[in-house]
Design a protein around this ligand. Sequence first.
Ligand code: ADP
Ligand code: MG
Length: 457
Amino acid sequence: MTDDLKKNLSEIQAQWVTVRGRIRQKIGDAQFASWIKMLTLEDYEDRKVILSAPSNFIRTRIIEQYLDIIKSYWLVQNLKINDIQIIVSKKKNNNQVITTKESVKLKEQNSQDVFKSISSDLDNRFTFGNFIVGKPNELAFAAARRVTESKDVPFNPLFLYGGVGLGKTHLMHAIAHEIKKRNPLRRVIYMSAEKFMYHFIKALRFKNTVAFKEQFRNVDVLMIDDVQFISGKDSTQEEFFHTFNALIDQNKQLIISADKSPQDLEGIEERMRSRLGWGLVADIHPLTYELRLGILQAKEEKLNSRISSNILEFLAHKITTNVRELEGALNRLSAFSSLVGREINLDMVQDLLKDLLKSSQKKVNIEEIQKKVSQHFNVKMSDMSSARRSRTIARPRQVAMYLSKNLTSRSLPEIGRRFGNRDHTTVIHAVRKVEELRNKDVSFDEDVQLLIRMLES
Ligand code: ADP
Ligand code: MG
């Protein structure tokens, strides 16, 4: 077995431990001990996990009852898995232990071609064609296109900034692809600020900063990603500044990205900060619902993964942080749906994406919901749990129950209890009623949407 294979197996082994832990939490100790505990990890090969069960009976039962759970939990750990098989084990008691010897190989840098070695690899998927444009990113997108289309240097530097996962790196790679497509002879270097620093410090150590600068002399376009990482490191900053100025003087296009605007970058010298803002500063704003949905639809089409449009809408509503999380969610769902071979429903989504949904959503509690809803409809907070049944009071109460069901993880009986000890069937009725009204009555639906927005932000 090669080291790589061993390493793979030990990772899979570790994932199996986690998966078992989560299943145990979900199904309880007794069920766990009777079934899941019986399984042993046998092998992992070609993205396929093989588990063994001690008897055919146990195997069948596990396949019927637990295979989907195993699959979904495993996918959360590792998206690469594309099949999980359960076989009947041949030997008894085959708890295998896999040992790994971590071998760290130092990569030698062979710098025959300076540009190849110093420029980072470009992601082929990060093209202009794959970039979905909406209000929040249209300026950055237009500026990026301009740089590739124009014969001279339209603005220098182009400074792109925005929060994490909003497409800065994507746009930079797209610029590089496009420039190379138009003219393969143009020299484009793309690298992270960290890499820049690494090379520079290495050059300092070997006392050849001249050679370091030489590397950039013949470049046409230099892109440095995430320059906030340069902050604070004095000598690197200094060098960066000189390189930067030299390149601008030679009329080379510079493209810089950061998580903040030049003025807001911390730990960066004033002269540097102002220099960075000389060209065009384009920010990418947080995504709007429309753009989130647009991105999801485009990616879904590519994946062709049978994820229905209402699930996409659900994701666009719930995952508001950034595109990376949206993509992650979609990949997970699509992997799961192809693994189990059927369409997924909202329940499965909530289960599969528990971690993501939690992190991107503000925690709301029932009391807060009751308060906001009573304010909104101008009823007394105490009426949320009172016995009064006139419509002016019952309707807001139903809305509050509906929101409690949808925005918190409380169970129906518990929600009932919190609304004046009502039965869970009353809660179900309220949820249905509100759903029905939302579909029928536009202004009512707007009220509810507004409440959701207020509660979640
Ligand atoms: P950043 O560098 O700003 O942190 P990235 O460029 O790495 O973000 O984007 C994160 C992920 O989201 C990437 O996979 C990228 O392809 C995708 N992405 C970001 N914005 C868009 C967009 N407007 N359209 C399509 N995909 C996008
Ligand atoms: Mg990035």
